[in-house]
Write a protein that binds this ligand. Sequence first.
Ligand SMILES: [Fe+2]
Ligand SMILES: [Fe+2]
Length: 264
Amino acid sequence: MKKQSMIHHSKFWEMHFIQNATKQRIDWEIKAALTSDDKEALLYSIKAWQLGETSEGKHLLAAATRYANKTNDHHYIEPVKLFIKEEQKHGANLGKYIDMLGEQRTKKDWGDTLFRKIRYFNKSMELWTITVIIVESAAQVFYEALQNASDCKLLKSICNDILLDESHHIKFQNERMYIIFNNKRFYNKAISLVLYSCLFFGTIHAVWYAHKKAFIKGGVNKKEFMRRMYHKFFKSMQFLHANHSAIDFKEQEQDQSLLKKVAF
Ligand SMILES: [Fe+2]
Ligand SMILES: [Fe+2]
């Protein structure tokens, strides 16, 4: 019989983020080196993603706090805070890279402004979570392309660090989405799936048109971008419909004492 995969509890994720934050994977002694061709194709996108990764996360945290109080999963707030911090680390690293190139960081980008507006009005944890899953999936495809788009070793190692973090972010969000989705009735699930698909369809087109130069430079054409995005989205949707084992709260209490040892 196929082994059921586990939905991890909030304390598990808190420990994961605490431990991951101790890992230093980038060698800042390496020189930032982009050719003028690389800059022409990549700089706009590097700056735009840098800005996007720098968000304060206030609205996400407010939605997570409301949700945690409503569902009595008070431990959920902490991993969300650490998740935001990890995203800000990506922003800080990309910012440092832009500075090392002697370029100016951007303060405004239409994609970022659009997402900030959506974030402002978004009070639902469900909408937050599905949006983050879609954006994280696009981020994975983007940073993989960026990693292959130049010979700059420093940029490659920054992308590698982000990609290692992002694969856990998707798991973290998929598991929360599973919990939210499976508390819905059958017909509400069907309506939600239509809405998720519309959001997915709109977002992937916005990401492609904003960053196609960088994707193409990294060897990812439109067809390949769409294929990878659909694959990731369907994997997340499949995860929502699988039969995962329930959260083990006993384990959560054990991990809580372990967490104290890690943190102090
Ligand atoms: Fe990120
Ligand atoms: Fe992320």
